[in-house]
Design a protein around this ligand. Structure first.
Ligand SMILES: *Cc1c(COP(=O)(O)O)cnc(C)c1O
Length: 364
């Protein structure tokens, strides 16, 4: 097995893997599982600093994004899609699929979205039911300042859907402080559980928007409203993946016990950026570096795939390339969740220097 240093899926600790092996009751019938599910949801709400309800969905991280759009969008609704990255832009597809009219607000992908510029735009046009934005757009590693952008959007009466899948628990996500209506998370990034689960927190305003729809939500599986009253009714819309949720709970308990998590991510990320620049490599972004992933340009004369291959076959370390317009152009080091530890980072950087030297890259 190799050491995973990818920006998701991430390393999964043994206590999380073992928790998944616990005995399985019937999650549709066993009342104690409804308590376990609800308590796990409440733990997520607490870790994200919100009184809003959390729902865990049986599906990959993407399901949360789609469920938010499916549940809020009615045909003809205008939706503001804040786009400075691949996931940011991708929200437009979900909006269109459910009949909405996406309006992309596109800025260059090397800097975070500027609140002043956005405000100028909103002064002229703010007739949107909701806005989508990405906290850390993982393919480039850009971090948008949701603590400033979401309250600004809210001021114009626009609901916010935030994809924080690859930022939360490595970067501060304060849902209530930032007035986020729906925040989307996944099990396989900084949470450091295996892939397979999405979760969302849903505000009272978002619930009101769903309840006030004139048309039915055009999905069952991606419908957040079907969970309404599940606990009282002891009824889930579909059978919950009980073992996945056992694992998620153990991973969240790890996070709750880890008082130093955000500071550790900040330190490791800063060290990583510093070593890369000092070695003469070029960070992909100009500003807005997420503490969960570092992205650097493939040095001239080498290819991304070569670097990845040597890292994996000779050093047993898995790094990631990227996709979309960044495919082949950058290398990503994922230092989020369980990956974010000094030992693995030191091994990774040392292996990276050896790899680049072997490929003929001159380092400073
Ligand atoms: C990983 C990730 C997701 C979820 O995507 P999957 O394909 O389900 O892993 C969503 N948004 C962002 C920003 C991500 O990094």
């Amino acid at each position: 097995m190799y050491k995973m240093m990818t920006p998701g899926p991430t390393q999964v600790k043994e206590n999380v893997r073992l928790a998944r092996a616990g005995e399985c009751g019937n999650p549709d019938i066993d009342e104690s599982f409804f308590d376990f599910y609800k308590e796990t949801c409440e733990l997520i709400s607490r870790l994200l600093h919100t009184g809003n309800e959390t729902l865990i969905l049986g599906g990959e991280g993407i399901l949360g994004l789609e469920a938010a759009c499916a549940s809020l969008t009615e045909p003809g609704d205008r939706v503001l899609v804040l786009d400075n990255g691949i996931f940011g832009e991708g929200f437009a597809d979900f909006v269109s699929l459910y009949g909405g009219v996406p309006k992309k607000y596109t800025v260059d992908g090397k800097n975070p979205i500027d609140a002043g510029d956005l405000q100028e735009f909103l002064e002229k046009d703010h007739g949107f039911k909701y806005a989508t934005l990405v906290h850390c757009d993982t393919p480039s590693g850009i971090l948008n300042d949701i603590a400033v952008l979401c309250p600004l959007l809210k001021k114009y009466g626009i609901l916010t859907v935030v994809d924080a899948v690859s930022s939360m628990f490595g970067e501060e996500v304060h849902v209530d402080g930032s007035q986020i209506d729906i925040v989307c998370g996944g099990s396989q990034k900084a949470v450091s559980a295996p892939p397979g689960l999405a979760f969302v927190t849903v505000s009272a305003d978002a619930k009101k928007a769903m309840a006030g729809r004139k048309t039915p939500i055009a999905s069952f599986y991606a419908n957040l409203q079907v969970f309404e009253g599940y606990y009282e009714a002891k009824w889930f819309p579909y059978t919950m993946p009980i073992s996945d949720i056992y694992g998620l709970r153990a991973a969240l308990d790890n996070i709750a016990a880890d008082t130093d998590m955000l500071a550790r991510h900040a330190k490791i990320a800063a060290e990583c950026r510093k070593s890369l620049t000092e070695a003469g490599l070029k960070l992909h972004l100009q500003s807005g570096f997420s503490n969960t992933v570092t992205v650097f340009d493939v040095p001239p004369g080498t290819a991304a795939q070569e670097i990845l291959d040597v890292m994996r076959t000779e050093h047993n370390i898995l790094l990631a390339g990227s996709f979309g317009s960044l495919s082949g152009k950058v290398i990503r080091i994922g230092h989020m969740g369980a990956n974010a530890n000094e030992k693995d980072m030191a091994d990774t950087m040392e292996a990276l220097w050896m790899t680049l030297k072997k490929l003929g890259v001159e380092l400073r």
